[in-house]
Write a protein that binds this ligand. Structure first.
Ligand code: UFG
Length: 343
């Protein structure tokens, strides 16, 4: 058994896939989750897939006392991967205080509890949203960050600023912040995947739910953008590739010879696909036409985002290996076979 790692939000979409990758690489995992957007059944599924049931602690990270207590119990952990956060853009516009309170208090409490228990490595879930509407493609990590159009996006930008100040102030804790592009796809077992509560905000679950008959029709938000077919371009990344990026980041942090206080990496494939290309690719995988309609732009959407992958390749020694067909096929399998069992 290798080192112990605390994974907050380990029952969530990206967290659960990362936990499985970590277990496969013999790490001892402690999941912290409050089930606010996940379910206890995920623990059973992680056990079914990996053969190991991770330690589990149900904790609300907004409480410092509760966070401190669980970090003290697991003070032999070597690192924390902090996924736990609210992530719905539209909800954050409706309820900004809930987002700032949840996403920022939890980060502050995690950092303080790490400091008090000498758990000296952190991987933070950031987002390409910190780039705002970038002027140059592909986006490199040194592109300026911009204020986001949503409180959710802003919590990620502010979190990175907190991490910068924190890592500048003292040398004990080293941090890698991973800026995710657009995670889609599901585990090859078909046992875990994205499980949006209510109406999905994101494209891929909306497509699969439409094809499954849960939604009547996909609304394509605008076809008058300055892109090849007028619909916005995004860098979709397979969630298992994303999980593997966390493994590489962990290995880098634990290898003290390479560690510097704060490092930031894009996690994308470097390829951009438009909304219409995604629909076509989905139709090819599912073998049926998708019901969709072009409608108005969605406020806050930018025309084009795709990552420069050079830094991750050279420094993190990570690059995505799964293609768009793998991503869409696994999302569709997950939607068809097992999603409905999770209530
Ligand atoms: N889209 C539609 N119809 C839908 C849903 C999405 O046409 O029903 C389009 C969007 O307009 C966009 C593309 O599909 O052009 C991708 O949209 P997503 O919502 O899937 O992804 P975003 O790039 O908008 O969102 C991602 C992350 C967020 C992050 C945001 C900020 O999922 O966490 O980037 O840019 F905040």
């Amino acid at each position: 058994m290798k080192d112990k790692v605390i994974v907050t939000g380990g029952c969530g979409y990206i967290g659960s896939h990362t936990v499985i990758t970590l277990i496969h690489h013999n790490y001892e995992v402690v999941i912290i989750d409050d089930f606010s957007n996940s379910s206890p059944q995920i623990l059973d599924r992680i056990e079914r897939i990996s053969g190991v049931r991770p330690h589990f602690e149900q904790v609300d990270l907004k409480s410092f006392e509760a966070t401190q207590a669980v970090f003290k119990t697991h003070k032999d952990a070597k690192a924390v991967i902090h996924f736990a956060a609210h992530k719905a853009v539209a909800e954050s516009i409706q309820n900004p205080l809930m987002y700032y309170q949840n996403n920022l208090f939890s980060l502050l409490n995690v950092l303080k509890a790490q400091q008090e228990n000498s758990i000296n490595h952190l991987i933070f879930s950031s987002s390409a949203t910190v780039y705002g509407n970038p002027s140059k493609m592909p986006i490199t990590e040194d592109a300026p960050t911009q204020r986001s159009s949503s409180p959710y996006g802003n919590t990620k930008k502010i979190a990175e600023e907190i991490l910068e100040d924190f890592t500048n102030s003292q040398s004990e804790i080293s941090v890698i912040s991973l800026r995710y592009f657009n995670p889609i796809g599901a585990h090859a077992s078909g046992q875990i995947g994205e499980f949006p509560s209510g109406i999905p905000n994101n494209l891929m679950p909306y497509i699969t739910q439409t094809a499954a008959g849960i939604r009547e029709k996909l609304m394509v938000f605008g076809n008058d953008y300055p892109t090849k077919d007028g619909t916005p371009i995004r860098d979709y990344i397979h969630v298992v590739d994303l999980a593997e990026a966390h493994l590489k980041a962990l290995e880098r942090l634990l290898d003290t010879s390479t560690t510097s206080p704060l490092e930031i990496f894009n996690v994308g494939t470097g390829n951009g696909f438009s909304v219409l290309e995604m629909i076509k690719a989905f139709e090819a995988v599912s073998g049926s036409p998708l019901n969709y309609e072009i409608t108005d732009r969605r406020p806050g959407d930018v025309p084009e985002m795709f990552a420069s992958t050079t830094l991750a390749k050279n420094v993190l020694k990570w690059e995505a290996s799964r293609n768009l067909k793998d991503m869409i096929q696994s999302s569709w399998t997950w939607e068809q076979n097992l999603r409905s069992e999770l209530k």
